[in-house]
Design a protein around this ligand. Structure first.
Ligand code: SF4
Length: 378
């Protein structure tokens, strides 16, 4: 089954740490963009079965419910979208009202993913987010009132000036609110992030590496005790509420991405659309080539990609299945390099399943480099 990703590159303001493909909201540009999206989706029409649609951004909750409805209708027209498809909208807490949430639910959205990041106002202000902690809690309550029974919240750890105890306040607040799914990310400061300058000016710093490790491990322990199951390095869910769409990225699945900068992977071919919003609109209008960086994965790259992403999952990699699918011997090829991680307790291998331990998840990038013996595009 295909996953369908729809990129919405508009935000009300640009956060000081953000490295996504996005720009400031402009109502006229958004209208032209949605029209281009509808055309792009139609050009891919082949009736293939699809069981997820994911509106990511940017801030997709800036779309009007009728725009969301028409994009979902275009997807249903172009593909055989299953009746029970998971249809997710990423939403910023400050953008929603009960009326809008009723509207997006009626439009077909059945899963919401809120970018909360923190339940402490001073941290949200340092990140230049537009919402407050109480606004985030209200947005969650409104979504429940609108009938959403599948809601995810994102939090970010290792924020400037954040102590372990302050981070855990946000984790506890999340547990109290009780979403169905949560994603916990570590703040990554890209080289030119305005937040870097602000940190230098205000003399803000991030906690020591050991504290960052404690933040991760203690948060996961609390989520375990609260009944969530960790299914991926950064993701936990109630039973049956794992993100079906995101699992496609980690389980060797196939997906088509629509919109500027969207990535696709299908039949071992990978491509990325033009990143600029205006170039994207103009190219769709002219019937031109949207895909850039189109390349076929070699068998070796496809194998390494399957291992690299599969190891992100808590259940790990079924080595027998991978061996059969790729006509290979995973442990025979990589075992020698992986042995030291197993000895250090970071990796578990029982002859069939290859998994990171929780401590290993903290050092996942280091372990995964073993699989990157030939160049792989991510
Ligand atoms: S709302 Fe999200 S996508 Fe938009 S600027 Fe902030 S972090 Fe980036």
């Amino acid at each position: 089954m295909l996953g369908l990703y729809v990129h919405i590159p508009f935000c009300s303001a640009i956060c000081n740490y953000c490295n996504f493909n996005r720009g400031l909201f402009d109502a006229a540009l958004k209208e032209r963009y949605v029209a281009a999206l509808l055309r792009e989706i139609a050009t891919h029409a082949d009736g293939s079965p699809a069981d997820t649609i994911y509106f990511g951004g940017g801030t997709p909750s800036l779309l009007e419910p009728n725009e969301i409805q028409s994009i979902i209708a275009a997807c249903r027209h172009a593909f055989a979208v299953t009746a029970d498809a998971e249809i997710t909208l990423e939403a910023n807490p400050e953008t929603v009202t009960l009326e809008r949430l009723d509207g997006v639910r009626a439009a077909g959205i059945n899963r919401l993913s809120y970018g909360v990041q923190s339940f402490r106002d001073e941290e949200l202000q340092r990140l230049s987010r537009l919402h407050s902690a109480s606004r985030a809690a209200d947005a969650f309550a409104m979504a429940r009132r609108a009938g959403f029974d599948n809601i995810s919240l994102d939090l970010m750890m290792w924020l400037p000036q954040q102590t372990v105890a302050q981070w855990l306040e946000s984790v506890d607040a999340l547990i109290d609110i009780g979403p169905d799914h949560a994603s916990l990310y570590i703040l990554e400061l890209y080289p030119n992030a305005p937040l870097r300058d602000e940190m230098a000016r205000a003399r803000w710093s991030q906690a020591a590496d050991d504290d960052a490790a404690e933040m991760y491990l203690e948060a996961m322990a609390r989520l375990d005790r609260a009944g969530y199951t960790q299914y991926e390095i950064s993701n936990v869910a109630r039973t049956g509420r794992e993100s079906r769409h995101n699992l496609k990225y980690w389980t060797d699945g196939e997906w088509l991405g629509f919109g500027c900068g969207a990535h696709s992977t299908r039949r071992a071919v990978r491509w990325k659309n033009l990143a600029s919003t205006t170039d994207y609109i103009a190219t769709v209008a002219a019937g031109g080539q949207l895909a850039t960086e189109r390349r076929e994965l070699t068998a070796r790259e496809a194998l390494e990609e399957a291992l690299f992403t599969g190891l992100r999952l808590a259940r790990g990699i079924d080595v027998h299945t991978v061996n059969t699918r790729y006509h290979t011997d995973v442990w025979g090829i990589y075992g020698g390099s992986l042995e030291r991680f197993r000895d250090a307790g970071l990796l578990i291998y029982d002859g069939r399943l290859l998994q990171l331990s929780r401590a290993g998840m903290l050092l996942a990038n280091e372990v995964m480099t073993v699989f990157l013996q030939s160049p792989v595009v991510h």
